[in-house]
Design a protein around this ligand. Structure first.
Ligand code: KG4
Ligand code: ZN
Length: 351
């Protein structure tokens, strides 16, 4: 029954959690507010903020768990992918602590952890299952044969779903991260008000960059057209007024299209693999439109559906702890020369 301290620092959240035999006993997240003013995460500032937060966040996670440092069996940390300056802070901290306590070190792939967030609470999906992982940097469909045998069977060829949300929000003049705000406005709007095109991408892969361009033209033309035609270009005043007057409808329509792209590829993956246990994970799985469409489709198609608790969808260390737990059981340890990686291998690997 391993006791694991986990650290997550891949982007703009400094997080620590403790698990006891696969049960999460503490889960602390410090979100960096400093990036809001810049409309996106500033890597240099993120690294610095991680340095300020890491000691208090780890202390708090240990305190909340009631576990003493000398009871720990391993330290897990996010090894990839992410911002290199951010990953380095967590990796160095994890290494130093593991070295001083003379316990194993477990490097975790952030995307594997998002998937395994589905194994934190009951009911857990039995294997094999499919997982649609949608975050700010990734959009993937993963076939999970065991906690440590995962295969990416579809992914985005350009932008991630979270990026599509955040970039749309930026075009609408909303602050970063815009995904949750689009979700909020969409609740008041009509998802059929405007029809955005669905990209034709073969197989189980996704594309969101065409959608982003059509949204830009649509706004530049104050809703008159999604095609770039100069004579239709609206004045900045008309553009602003259009956004102000129709914000809920624009948000609902964009969200509807992003969600329909995601759910239709997921349905295709179910048909292709014959696997009907289906999960969603990652920050965008907090989206209420996606959750609703996923559950509705699951019900009509007779899937067994799973969604992690809200705080395990966005970046957190509980998911790193659960992944560390399974890697510990499989004796998948790293030596102290392990270094973080901005991209990290992931694909048809046996993670
Ligand atoms: O998994 P995550 O916390 O961090 C990454 O690993 O990227 O995902 C962050 C992404 C951001 O793009 C954010 O806008 C999006 O998740 N997000 C949402 C919602 N909550 C978070 N997007 C749409 N609706 C939401 N409710
Ligand atoms: Zn993430």
């Amino acid at each position: 029954m391993p006791i694991i301290l986990a650290i997550e620092s891949s982007c703009d959240e400094t997080a620590a959690a403790v698990s006891v035999d696969g049960r999460i006993v503490s889960n602390i997240v410090a979100t960096q507010k400093i990036h809001e003013a810049y409309g996106g995460v500033v890597p240099e500032l993120a690294g610095r903020a991680h340095m300020q937060h890491i000691v208090p966040v780890v202390d708090q996670a240990l305190q909340q768990s009631g576990i003493q440092k000398d009871q720990l069996d391993a330290i897990a940390f996010t090894q990839a992918p992410g911002l290199i300056g951010s990953l380095l802070v967590g990796a160095q901290f994890a290494k130093s602590l593991a070295l001083s306590l003379q316990i194993p070190l477990i490097g975790v792939h952030h995307m594997q952890a998002h998937v395994l967030a589905n194994l934190i609470d009951e009911p857990k999906p039995a294997f094999p299952f499919l997982c649609l992982t949608v975050s700010g940097g990734h959009t993937q469909i993963v076939l999970c044969k065991s906690p440590v045998d995962l295969e990416v069977i579809g992914e985005t060829i350009d932008d991630a779903a979270g990026e599509a949300f955040d970039k749309t929000a930026k075009m609408l003049g909303l602050p970063y991260p815009g995904g949750p705000l689009i979700d909020q406005y969409a609740r008041e709007g009509n998802p059929q008000a405007f029809r955005f095109p669905e990209p034709a991408v073969p197989g189980l892969n996704f594309s969101f960059s065409g959608l982003k361009t059509s949204i830009l033209y649509f706004l530049n033309n104050a809703g008159e057209s999604m095609l770039y035609r100069e004579k239709l270009l609206a004045s900045p005043e008309d553009r602003t007024a259009f956004i102000r007057n129709r914000l809920p409808d624009i948000c609902a329509s964009v969200q509807h299209r992003i969600v329909s792209i995601l759910v239709s590829k997921l349905s295709q993956a179910v048909l292709q693999t014959g696997v009907t246990r289906v999960c969603i994970a990652g920050g965008v799985s907090a989206n209420s439109g996606l959750r609703q469409a996923f559950l509705q489709t699951g019900q009509s198609e007779k899937w067994e559906t799973f969604i992690p608790r809200f705080e395990y969808c966005t970046d957190n260390a509980a998911m790193i702890a659960i992944t560390g737990h399974y890697k510990y059981l499989n004796r998948q340890f790293d030596d102290f020369s392990v270094s973080p990686s901005a991209r990290g291998s992931w694909g048809n690997q046996h993670a």
